[in-house]
Design a protein around this ligand. Sequence first.
Ligand code: ADP
Length: 549
Amino acid sequence: MEGLMMEFPLLVKTIMSHAERNHPQQEIVSVTADNPLHRYTFEECFSRVRKLANVFDKIGAGGDARIATLAWNDYRHMELYFSVSCSGRVCHTINPRLYTEQLIYIINHAVDEFIFTDIMFVELLEEIVVHCPQIKGCVIMSDAKHMPETTLPNPMCYETLLQDESDEHEWPELDENTAAVLCYTSGTTGKPKGVLYSHRSTVLHTYGQALPDTMGISALDCVFPIVPMFHVGAWGFPFAGTMVGTKFVMPGPSATLSEPKLLVDLINNEGVTISAGVPTVWLPILKYTEETGRHLKPLRKVAIGGSACPLSMMEEFRDLYGVQVVHAWGMTETNPLGAVNNHKPATVILRGEELDRHMQSAGRAIPGVQLKIVDDDGEELPWDGVAYGALKVRGPWVCATYFKLEEASDAHSEKGWFDTGDVATIDSEGFIRITDRTKDVIKSGGEWISSIELENIAMGNKAVAEAAVIGIHDPRWQERPLLVVVKSDGTEVEARELIHYFEGKVAKWWIPDDVVFVDEIPHTATGKISKLALRSMFADYTLPESAER
Ligand code: ADP
């Protein structure tokens, strides 16, 4: 028997129309290259979103064209998110930190027709588009006054295009499985792979994200996504915040880590209550607040994920600023939120070391997402917090297959499941601990050592500003851990002291054999530690003979 409820497709336009009707006066505040503090309302935003859809028709963008964005987080990027997807086109968000060859590859692979770019990426784009013959035009996200000289093909000015456009637009009635957003993985191994989110997956992820035990956001919040809109949709905040009617603060180019003061000013002046970003974005911010004694009073919560959040960072937020860290796990292929660490009755009572250990869990599955861990034969492992294996995931916002992938991907070798490439344990309460990427685990004497756990411990030492652990070839044990450290400013510390620091915190055979101090640890295009680059940096390194194992 069929249910008798309305046929109402899950489309991004429903998020927008709800916000426009119910929260028209809510504010979006942005830093942009042509305006240090732009401010307007949802009502003005959505009126411009409709104008923009008319612009797409006028400039000749195909009905389901891929329209690319190369931009920081700001109101114009928000307008593109909604206008491109609601008009039936696909918003291809491009990460400007990828290598030039990767950028050329993804623009051509996606067959982008138009690229909307921030002023600061014009030069980069000039270099790239000469290799992308299908590009029909480039729109610079600026007003006429700030338009740069450029050799881009068919350059247009965003504000000039919008200026005389009508704000009436009839949105098409799309099938909910129509593609809405395209995002490529950063391609740390092999070519970047395209993940194509649908309207349905986006809307369901949005509902899942807003839940109290996920990000728990409400109309009283002010959301500040530092995580870029060019990678996995700023973790879904532009859609989730719009749906519940939060105020937005968008950092624009100031999200580059060199300007912690600007970010802290925005948090305090605009009353930011929730922010989000990978662990590396918080390091300069916390260093700045510590040095200047500035507070983060309005802030109540920060979502940290994308790589393991060190315990010391969670404690600093909690103990110095009264801010709750919501530790989250996800990936491009999961839109991206898969699991979030919020308490259950069994964990809210934990104290001391048990609580510390629990806080390092990457969380439990968001309703809708299913997780399992399997051994080498694909057999499911118990949820006992001890057994570890390949983490697999499925759900309505999990990638079923990559966009136009020529060769089959191992990630989808088990029907109906996606292999995340992570190794994890799951405890009896459903909380996962990511021990490593499959390719980063350190295999010592037939056993596995978790590089993430060692990094977390090292980060707890005040002398350590940033730490990474990689496996170094060892003739006897196959691999042994090497700790690579950036010292905190003005601190002196010896390798020996750091090695002793691990004693009693992990099994003796897990303790790194050596410590190397560096000025900087290499990062990927998404701001994570690049183990690949580190491994090649230390390709010729040999471990000291004296190390005890
Ligand atoms: P890329 O780094 O290629 O852009 P993603 O941004 O999709 O890919 O990163 C996904 C990966 O990041 C996960 O598979 C996992 O290895 C890692 N990751 C994400 N969140 C966490 C977390 N909380 N703890 C540990 N690792 C995490």
